[in-house]
Design a protein around this ligand. Structure first.
Ligand code: PXG
Length: 441
C-alpha cells in the first residue's frame, strides 16, 4: 500500500488485533490516520466516508469540537480520581443527565468502561437484586439466539452468536435462549416487521420449564445490531415486557447500539415505548472517544440494595475507571452536542430519506434482503456456496477502496452512520455502495 507520509510502522507483529484476520490484515494493512466530521483519512491520504460511525459509536461525528475541548480541559484540571469511596462532580452531573434522558423511573446509573462490562454489571445486579429481596433462588438468565452482549463470560453466555462462544468452554450455567425473530416472511420490510410478535411467547415455555422462581432476568437488544440489524416485529417487545412483568423477571435492554439516537430517539426503549428494568449503554455515550459504559437501572432495583446498615457497601462491584473524569467530561460534552445540535432529531428527520435510499439497492446482484430503521440499515447478500462471509467481506474491501467504510457480519452489510449525516452524504454513501454491489462477483 502506498504510504506517502510514512505513517505505517515497519513492524506490525506485536499488536494482536481484535476480531480481525490478523495475518491477512498485516499483509495489506488499512490504516486511518485522521478523521473529521463524516470522513476518515487513510495513511495514503484518501478520504473515506464513515458509514458505520466507527464501530456504531461516533454518533456526533469525528473530532467534534465541544468534545475535543472538554477532554483537553479535563486533562489539565482533574486527570483521575479514585472511583471507590471518593467522588468528583462530573460523575454525578453526567448520571443526572442520563437519567433525564431515560424513561421515567430509570433513575440510577452505574458506570463501566465498555458495553461488555455494562452487560456483566447488569447481570450481576439482576441476580443480587433478587437475593437482596429474599428471592435468592432467582439466578437463571435468559438471552436470545443471535444476541450480542459483548465478549466477557456473562455476555457470551447469554449471547447467541455461535463463533463468539464455541472456543470458550462451559460458559455460565443456568442460561436459556429464546429464538431470534428473523423470519423469512419479513424480507425487504421497511421499519418494524409485521410478522413474528408471537415468537415472544416462547419465553412462556422457557419460564414453564425453569420456573419463574428460579429466573432472574431476560436480556435482549431492542434491535439486534451486531448480528446484522434484526428489528423487533411489531408487538414483540410489548409481549416480552408483559411476560417478564407477570413472572417478576427483570427485563434488561442492551442499548449499547440503540442508545444515543441511533433510532431517532434517546434509546430503543423510548423509541419503541417499552420500558425495561435496566438498560446497558456504551459507545455513543462518549461518542466513542473515551471508553465508557453505563447501566441505567430503575429506582426499584436501586432501592432494594439501599437497606440495612448505612455504613456498609451495598454492591460489591465496580471498576478502577468507573466514572473516570476524562470519560465523564467526554460524556457531558457528547450529550450536550446531541442536544444543542439536534442530532436525534436529525436522525428522525432523515430516517425516511435513508429508508428510500437503502431500499433503492433492491434488485442489485446478490441482494436477498434489506432492512432499516432510524439511521441504521442492513443489506443481506446471498453467500457464495461453500464460502460464507467471503462475498460481503469482498464488498467491504471494495467499498474501502472506493472511499466508503461499511461493516460486515456474515454476509450482511450493516450501516450506521454518524447522526450528523446529510442527504448529500446519504447519496454519496449509497451511490458508492451501489457501484460496489454492481461489480461484486
Ligand atoms: N452489547 C451490544 C448490544 C453491543 O452491540 C456490546 C454489548 C459490547 O460492547 P463493547 O464496548 O464491550 O465492545 C456491543 C458491542 C459490530 C460490532 O460491528 C458491534 C459491537 C462492537 C464492535 C463491533 O457488529 N457491539
Amino acid at each position: 500500500m502506498a504510504d506517502p507520509n510514512n505513517t505505517i510502522p515497519n513492524d506490525l507483529r506485536a499488536f494482536w488485533m481484535p476480531f480481525t484476520a490478523n495475518r491477512q490484515f498485516k499483509q495489506n494493512p488499512r490504516m486511518f490516520v485522521a478523521a473529521d466530521g463524516m470522513y476518515y483519512t487513510t495513511s495514503d491520504g484518501r478520504k473515506v466516508l464513515d458509514g458505520t460511525a466507527g464501530l456504531w459509536c461516533c454518533n456526533a461525528g469525528h473530532n467534534q469540537p465541544r468534545i475535543v475541548k472538554a477532554i483537553a480541559k479535563q486533562t489539565s484540571e482533574l486527570d483521575y480520581a479514585p472511583a471507590f469511596q471518593m467522588g468528583h462532580p462530573k460523575a454525578f452531573e453526567l448520571a443526572n443527565k442520563l437519567v433525564d434522558m431515560a424513561p421515567n423511573g430509570m433513575d440510577h446509573v452505574f458506570y463501566t468502561n465498555s458495553g461488555s462490562e455494562a452487560v456483566e454489571t447488569a447481570l450481576k445486579i439482576a441476580i443480587a437484586y433478587h437475593r437482596a429481596r429474599g428471592e435468592g433462588t432467582r439466578t437463571r438468565l435468559i438471552g436470545r439466539e443471535r444476541g450480542y452482549h459483548g465478549v466477557n463470560f456473562g455476555g457470551i453466555s447469554v449471547g447467541g452468536i455461535g463463533p463468539n462462544r464455541k472456543a470458550f468452554g462451559n460458559l455460565l450455567t443456568g442460561v436459556d435462549h429464546m429464538p431470534h425473530t428473523h423470519i423469512p416472511e419479513n424480507v425487504f420490510t421497511r421499519g418494524q416487521p409485521e410478522h413474528g410478535a408471537e415468537i415472544a411467547d416462547e419465553l412462556e415455555r422457557i419460564v414453564a420449564l425453569g420456573d419463574a422462581s428460579n429466573i432472574a432476568a431476560v436480556i435482549i437488544e431492542p434491535m439486534a445490531g451486531s448480528t446484522g440489524v434484526l428489528l423487533p416485529p411489531k408487538g414483540y417487545l410489548e409481549r416480552i415486557r408483559s411476560i417478564t412483568k407477570k413472572h417478576g423477571i427483570l427485563l434488561i435492554f442492551d442499548e449499547v447500539i440503540t442508545g444515543f439516537g441511533r433510532l431517532g430517539s434517546a434509546f430503543g426503549a423510548t423509541h419503541y415505548g417499552v420500558t425495561p428494568d435496566m438498560m446497558t449503554t456504551a459507545k455513543g455515550l462518549t461518542n466513542g472517544v473515551i471508553p465508557m459504559g453505563a447501566v441505567i437501572a430503575s429506582g426499584d432495583i436501586h432501592d432494594a440494595f439501599m437497606q440495612g446498615d448505612e455504613g456498609l457497601i451495598e454492591l460489591f462491584h465496580g471498576y478502577t475507571y468507573s466514572g473516570n473524569p476524562m470519560a465523564c467530561a467526554a460524556g457531558l460534552a457528547t450529550l450536550e452536542t446531541y442536544k444543542e445540535d439536534g442530532l436525534f432529531e436529525n436522525a428522525r428527520d432523515l430516517a425516511g430519506y435513508w429508508e428510500d435510499a437503502i431500499h433503492s439497492l433492491r434488485g442489485l446482484p446478490h441482494v436477498i434482503d434489506i432492512r432499516n430503521e432510524g439511521l441504521i440499515g442492513a443489506i443481506e447478500l446471498e453467500p457464495i456456496v461453500g464460502k460464507p462471509t467471503k462475498r460481503a467481506f469482498q464488498a467491504f474491501l471494495d467499498a474501502y477502496d472506493a472511499g466508503l467504510l461499511i461493516r460486515t457480519t456474515g454476509d450482511i452489510i450493516a450501516l450506521s452512520p454518524p447522526l450528523i449525516i446529510t442527504k448529500t452524504h446519504i447519496d454519496e454513501l449509497f451511490g458508492k455502495l451501489a457501484t460496489v454491489l454492481q461489480n461484486l462477483d
